[in-house]
Design a protein around this ligand. Sequence first.
Ligand SMILES: [Fe+2]
Length: 200
Amino acid sequence: MMYPDVQRAQSELALAGQMNPGPWTEHSRNVALAARRIAEACGGLDADRAFVCGLLHDIGRRAGVAAMRHIIDGYDYAAAQGWDAVARVCLTHSFPLQDIETDIGKKDITPAQYAFICRYLAGVEYDDYDRLIILCDALADANGFCILEKRFVDTARRYGVFPFTVDRWNRTYAFKEDFERRIGRSIYTLLPHIEACIYT
Ligand SMILES: [Fe+2]
């Protein structure tokens, strides 16, 4: 079984939220909703897999407050359950560019974990679910949905800009445009109340 069923994924997230309470669980539910809607509109994708990957992409946060460590904790947890489809998005979702040095979070990981992530990113070919969860991660917070421009500017204002910042943006836009080509319209038409993001 590459991923758990929806009910199991929801109970996993609820349990993880008790272990490490925070807005990340509601963010995860919104990522899942966006992923399901886009997958359904696209056709050819497994909407349940998209939903479950959205719910569990940050499941590594069950282990506590962490920066880059959450991706490896999530990968290890999901892989230990045999949920390979979830494990990969736990690892790939922080990297629109397949390069560990293009994530601005603190590297609270061991040298062995650093080497593992490097090797994994060098060897993996992103599939639709990797691209979908990276995109939806940028479209959803705990309160709802948000256009990419607002998310990117908010992040740049908080953390600054880096040599790879625009490349990261452009890769995420390329994912968005690819899904939109397949859907035939803007993904924003699929996200309930997205217009609310301009008022906050
Ligand atoms: Fe996320």
